[in-house]
Design a protein around this ligand. Sequence first.
Ligand code: ADP
Ligand code: ZN
Length: 620
Amino acid sequence: MRPTKEEALKQYFGYTAFREGQEALIDAQLSGRDVFGVMPTGGGKSICYQLPALLSEGVTLVVSPLISLMKDQVRSLKKAGVAAAYVNSSLTPQQIVLALRNILQYKYKIIYVAPERLLQESFLRVAQQLKIAMLVVDEAHCISQWGQDFRPSYLKIPTFLSYLDRRPVVSAFTATATQTVREDILRLLGLRDPLTVVTGFDRPNLRFEVMRPDNKQSCLLTLVRERKAESGVIYCSTRKEVEKVCELLRDKGYPATRYHAGLEDEERMANQDDFIFDRRRIMVATNAFGMGIDKSNIAYVIHYNMPCSIEAYYQEAGRAGRDGSPAECILLFAPGDVHTAKFLIEHPQENEELTEEERQTLLERDLDRLNRMTGYCRTNRCLRGYLLGYFGQRHPETCGNCGNCSATVTEKNVTTEAQMILSCVGRIKGYLGYPLGETLVIRTLHGSREKRITELGLDRLSTYGVLRHLSRTAIREITDALITGGYLRTDSHDALLLTAKADGVLYRKEAVTAEIREAVKPRQDARSKQEGFGERWQSPEAGSYDLRLYETLRELRTRIAQRENVPVYVVFSNAALKDMAAKAPVTQTQFLEVSGVGNYKAERYGDEFIAEIRRYKELC
Ligand code: ADP
Ligand code: ZN
């Protein structure tokens, strides 16, 4: 007898409850209805189509844009005991012939296929003879030219469908939030009366933070040192920056690797694998890296530079903590980032499919998006709230789990400081004949001896060093408050200019108050290894667990992964190991109760983990 969907969820994936949206989408597909699922990265889209695929008669085709994505999914499915395969250009012609033959013999339940392949004669002929239960379109936004990642070959999907005698159920999934793209997907794919489910975009296990360090390099080194045992991604906005940061980390002995479009394919693939297999725990990359990376044990994503839009930021940051474990998303902001971002927007990659008018519209839209991104970096309000608000989602005033919510914000009278800052801005312009950016203004006020300051003669201004008694961060906070409050504005080169409102402060002694925040160090979680024996930690999905046992189980997992030549998270996710450390099972029945342990994995790995847990308990 066929298992129920709850049984299949446990048996193959090891979970006992569905996440938001999953059940409705699964039911609809099983009843023969098209679906459209919009969920954030890490929200659990794969199970939404993999589970009905397993419970349906016939095979399921999954169209996916990237080879690495297909490989990862197939690897994970195989480990869960599902017969799966992919057909794409990474296979040799002979391998393709073999794969197609196996497909015709129904040896696979789920087949991943590249969109270019759909209309190729040999593939099409096979597809026409198959009983196809479902056609799944993963990363469906690739079909829209308004999406972040337009792939013209996605337009072949409707043609492919029209060549089939029997139209299968068609399911589309994306993490894209914008309305235009969603409408494009529905229209271009020709979904028929689909059940559309848009889940919340919140990822409660992610902690968001924006830092404005004076020195990004030393700040980064501290952050990385505090997270030594964990795997993380550091995003930079340019190739050059990637090179610089990667070298800095390597110089200090960190296992870092890099990824950007300027490297040879071969090196890029090798570096990516090093990261996925945890041979190198830190990936320094441009935004070219990440799509199709399902590595579920990324504990932090640091943005060394501000990205160009909230969409891009949320997608990149969202690669942390996919398995539900607590993870961090930290953005290191400097005013110069705005400049770089603007440059990147104004010099986009060639796209011949666009008309001049479309190009102009896109440019305006992108500059607008950049503004909203900059707003995120400067806001004093809840960061999670800002992100969710951007995606049109209602949210509480505070979340308690972001840098701003855990900082204490006090309303202070900063009239004197404001007068000095405003007058410094005015004097610089008067003296040089042109305005300067925030960083140099702050350094002047702070009395920096830097060459650039003395070269420009800024040390001769009467406001030079007048705020020496404050930290640069404090000066910056007040300056930011003056920008937000409309006393200062930035020109197109990000130089600071006085507004009419500033006159009131400078000449009429109007009072200025500002919300000044003092950062509170986030609570340390399971990452620090120095914790005492048997120490227990809370985590959202796993509850409290034994930290030392968790580390022991992680080591066992690493040994198994090396033996089987798969990434560690394919054996078990961090979340599964945490639950294992919490429940400390010593029998097969207990082992199966661990979240993330399905029948196949219990059979395959149960004995080894149970033996390790027993050994650990005897030592205690
Ligand atoms: P997406 O494709 O939406 O980015 P994934 O399908 O990769 O997300 O799922 C992210 C993680 O969540 C995976 O580790 C997956 O095993 C896990 N997951 C999915 N559904 C559930 C569930 N119902 N219970 C617990 N974990 C789940
Ligand atoms: Zn918050």
